[in-house]
Design a protein around this ligand. Structure first.
Ligand code: FAD
Length: 419
């Protein structure tokens, strides 16, 4: 589409140009400037609330209720739902940018938002043809419902493509699942979970099912006293759910996973991680500025680490922006979405983004030295470092690298840098 000439309801669309201090370079997010500005103001309002409560959320390992309430008040939970169902029809670029803005303020809030939006994206793309899911999406927008995700089960770790617990029943269905981790399970209004299609189905023959709060009970299996991402409240639960067969998303989970769940999750998560990294760089910049001011303009010895942190943040942001563009370009073409190259690329995006995010926060901490290491300093990087260290293990990078290993044997290196 020619973004310079296109219109929405007669209003010229504008390419949302990168604001280096705020968002990503958007090539796909095409909104009238007034709408873009209004969205930015809504995001900033929520980020400000998240920022105020971030330390206490971390200290007490509690759900960031103020920030999520603010997101509800700003109507940010349904932005990815099509307009005809009550949402705003925004794409991955906008959602990822919200994750980034929230990540700068409070990592847990950003990750909760990222997980919620990933579930919304799965329902929008694969469930919206069904009356039940349409109604759910309408309710989600009207009531600003928050959806949690259950994929990790028993001892299977990050093996999302196999489920143990099966859907039982015919018209009325039931599911009982040992969910090792369900972030904000108790605070959510619904849980979107994977399951084996039927008791006689193979573990890889999976479906995705949406249950609303009234459909299930949660029995706590363990708590969440974690190193970082403490506000995600990612406890383990026995999930006992029942509902109607229509609550199962019609597409196979295999399709949902490759078309939406995996790429969208990796983009949204990396947006949140880039936000954490950006916040750490801001602190490091503040530290170096203060030190330079005190010594008559001479940079402190750790300033080189700030240069490194700034450069790796820039690379991280470019990586995410390129991956978002790639996803949005592929979204219209099933063959591209299912290609080995796209699937490997989106998996490797997760690995690269998490590694760069960790490296950026580490460099920021080195720039601050002791002031970054201390918890009681205005330049402390402790919370950012603890939060960002969740990124390589949230679906282990080792698992991903092992899974895509065979793909590295195929093909060759491109002839030109432009290929
Ligand atoms: C903050 C946070 C929030 C989360 N929220 C949710 C949620 O809401 N819902 C949900 O379902 N899950 C959630 N998870 C879980 C997440 O999706 C993964 O399932 C989980 O992080 C993987 O757990 P694991 O490290 O125990 O398991 P594993 O994947 O088994 O990894 C364990 C270790 O084994 C190694 N390993 C694993 N596979 C391989 C391999 N093939 N080759 C080499 N080494 C390998 C890795 O080194 C890894 O460190 C969350 C995780 C985090 C960190």
């Amino acid at each position: 589409m020619n973004i310079r000439t296109a219109t929405i309801n007669g209003v010229p669309k504008e390419l949302r140009v990168r604001d280096a201090a705020r968002g990503f370079q958007f090539s796909e997010s095409i909104m009238p400037a007034a709408d873009a500005g209004a969205l930015r103001a809504r995001i900033e309002k929520v980020a400000a609330v998240a920022s105020v409560h971030a330390s206490v959320v971390d200290r007490e390992a509690r759900f960031p209720c103020e920030a999520i309430d603010a997101a509800r008040a700003a109507r940010l939970l349904g932005i990815g739902v099509p307009r005809e169902l009550g949402g705003e029809g925004l794409g991955a670029a906008d959602v990822v940018d919200v994750c980034y803005a929230l990540g700068k303020a409070c990592a847990s809030t950003a990750m909760i938002y990222a997980m919620h939006q990933t579930k919304v994206a799965c329902l929008v793309r694969h469930g919206r043809s069904g009356a039940w899911h349409q109604l759910l999406l309408r309710r989600l927008c009207a009531e600003q419902l928050l959806l949690a995700s259950s994929t990790t089960e028993g001892q299977a770790g990050g093996d999302l493509r196999n489920s143990s617990a099966a859907i039982e029943g015919e018209q009325r269905i039931a599911l009982e699942r040992q969910a090792t981790v369900i972030s904000y399970g108790e605070a959510a209004d619904g849980i979107v979970t994977t399951a084996r299609r039927a008791s006689d189905a193979a573990s890889s023959d999976q479906v995705l099912v949406a249950f609303l709060k009234e459909d299930y009970t949660l029995e706590r299996l363990n708590g969440w006293d974690a190193f970082g991402m403490r506000g995600t409240c990612s406890s383990g639960f026995k999930l006992i759910a029942s509902g109607l067969r229509e609550q199962i998303v019609p597409a196979s989970y295999e399709k949902i996973h490759s078309h939406t769940m995996m790429p969208f999750a990796h983009l949204a998560w990396s947006g949140a991680w880039a936000g954490i990294a950006a916040a750490a760089v801001d602190r490091a910049r503040g530290f170096v500025r203060k030190a330079a001011h005190r010594s008559g303009g001479a940079l402190p010895p750790g300033a080189a680490h700030l240069t490194r942190a700034t450069a790796s943040l820039r690379t991280l942001r470019s990586l995410i922006a390129a991956a978002v563009r790639r996803f949005e370009a592929a979204s219209a073409d099933v063959a591209v979405l299912e290609s080995l190259e796209f699937q490997t690329g989106m998996n490797m995006h997760k690995v690269s983004a998490s590694e760069l995010a960790v490296a950026t926060v580490m460099s920021a901490m080195q720039a601050c030295g002791l002031a970054g290491y201390r918890n009681d300093s205005e330049f402390s990087i402790g919370r950012h470092l603890r939060d960002i260290l969740s990124s390589p293990i949230m679906i282990s990078n080792d698992r991903i690298l092992a899974n895509v290993g065979a793909a590295s044997l195929l093909g060759g290196t491109p002839i030109s840098l432009r290929d």
